[in-house]
Design a protein around this ligand. Structure first.
Ligand code: ZN
Ligand code: ZN
Length: 413
């Protein structure tokens, strides 16, 4: 690829300046696989240029993760030592505070064939142990962002017929295209894109909707009641200190919190749901009074069951998001086998926790207060794609009026 080094530099700069939006005096905590080292280094340099006090990198390795999951005793893997949590909180509570960047370069099938129940339980134990730290990002107390780069295994998964280096280059091109880097001015392109999403978000909030109804010819007929005080959000979020940031790169969605007890009907997945490195294909779930009472899948139905059995909240949903079929990710025609991209190809719902910020003033509310508003709580938040090319979405306002939101997979608002 011509100009690869320049594009990579621009990508890193955009991730740090618009994505995490590192502020002077903050420590940037980067989690990255070893394969992402070149991008992590560029991000670190860019963060120092933006005034970061320090940059800490937590390295991981898919192959090592697999060895531990395969050979480690579940009891030992679930035993997360207190210092792990402390090591994050020490930064978070220190002067200047933190911001957080996760770089992904994962092999979508890194854990394929392993005991899915064990993997689920070990991951849940880690999430639970780190909950006080996770609440910093889940509640938008600090700026956080997730961005991806190709791994050879990921690229080969997408383009099995290409040689490894060609597959990696093709995936880089796709990432640069869908992240608006290719044009050479990602910072400017994103400001314009974010403005468009903000207009849609403001229109949605002005409607004061009580529910949204999804219909597609694949059989989807789903009514999603919204949480009390639900607010529609888009790409840019704001931290406790008022600093804007982009949690997910790329992002095309306008989303809010469902009411955990007011979802009814059936919904069919329109793209594979990748969990723990395995693809759950052709799935559907049926809701009654907000709870998933029936489910099935053409492939890996048992794994879907494991996910839904994580805890009671995993049987309810915590997010509903609207994404037009014309999104650059969907137009690329590629299934990325990576939620970060695939969720931005299509309308989606998430099994599990809601984002407190998607109900008015939610980041300052207690767990009980959030529950009372119908905000779902769970150890997981798993996005699954439900938008089709012919999806129609109709909103119902609190005054009982129906408003067309989507026709044939596109915004009509
Ligand atoms: Zn989403
Ligand atoms: Zn989500």
């Amino acid at each position: 690829m011509q100009n690869f080094e320049q594009l990579l530099q621009k990508y890193a700069g955009f991730i740090v300046r618009i994505g995490v939006n590192v502020q002077p005096g903050q420590t940037l905590i980067i989690s990255a696989p070893l394969a992402a080292a070149p991008l992590a280094r560029l991000c670190a340099a860019s963060a120092f240029d933006a005034g970061a006090r320090d940059v800490r990198v937590d390295w991981s390795d898919d192959a090592l993760t697999r060895i531990r999951m395969e050979k480690g005793a579940e009891e030992a893997l679930c035993d997360v030592k207190p210092y792990v949590l402390r090591s994050y909180l020490d930064y978070a509570e220190s002067e200047g505070g933190v911001c957080v960047l996760s770089l992904l370069a994962s092999d979508p099938e890194a854990l394929a064939g392993l005991d899915a129940g064990k993997v689920s339980r070990v991951n849940a134990a880690r999430r639970k142990a780190l909950m006080p730290w996770r609440s910093y990002t889940m509640n938008d107390r600090v700026q956080w962002s997730i961005a991806a780069m190709p791994s050879p295994a990921w690229a080969k998964k997408l383009f099995p017929d290409l040689a490894e280096d060609e597959a990696v280059e093709k995936l880089w091109q796709l990432i640069f295209d869908t992240c608006r880097v290719t044009g050479g001015d990602p910072v400017g392109a994103w400001q314009a894109h974010l403005d468009r999403l903000t207009v849609l978000q403001d229109k949605m909030n002005a409607l004061d909707l009580e529910s949204v109804h999804f219909e597609s010819s694949n059989g989807t007929d789903l009514t999603v009641g919204l949480a009390d005080g639900a607010v529609w959000e888009s790409a840019a979020s704001r931290s406790e200190k008022g600093v804007s940031f982009l949690p997910n790169i790329p992002t095309e969605e306008v989303f809010t919190a469902p009411h955990k007890d007011k979802v009814d009907g059936v919904v069919y997945g329109t793209k594979p749901y990748i969990h723990g490195g395995q693809a759950i294909k052709g799935f559907h779930v049926t809701f009654k009074g907000g709870r998933i009472v029936e489910y099935g899948a053409e492939e890996n139905a048992a794994l879907l069951g494991e996910v839904l059995d994580t805890d009671e909240g995993a049987r309810h949903i915590g997010e509903v998001a609207l994404v037009p079929a014309s999104s650059p990710i969907n137009r690329s025609g590629v299934i990325f086998y990576n939620t970060l991209f695939d969720e931005n190809a299509s309308c989606h719902i998430a099994f599990g926790a809601s984002y407190p910020g998607t109900t008015r003033g939610g980041n300052a509310l207690s767990e009980e207060e959030l529950l009372a508003r119908g905000m779902n709580q769970s150890l997981i938040h798993e996005d699954v794609m439900i938008g089709a090319a012919d999806t129609r979405i109709t909103g119902r306002t609190r005054s009982g009026q129906d408003v067309a939101l989507f026709e044939n997979g596109e915004w009509v608002l």
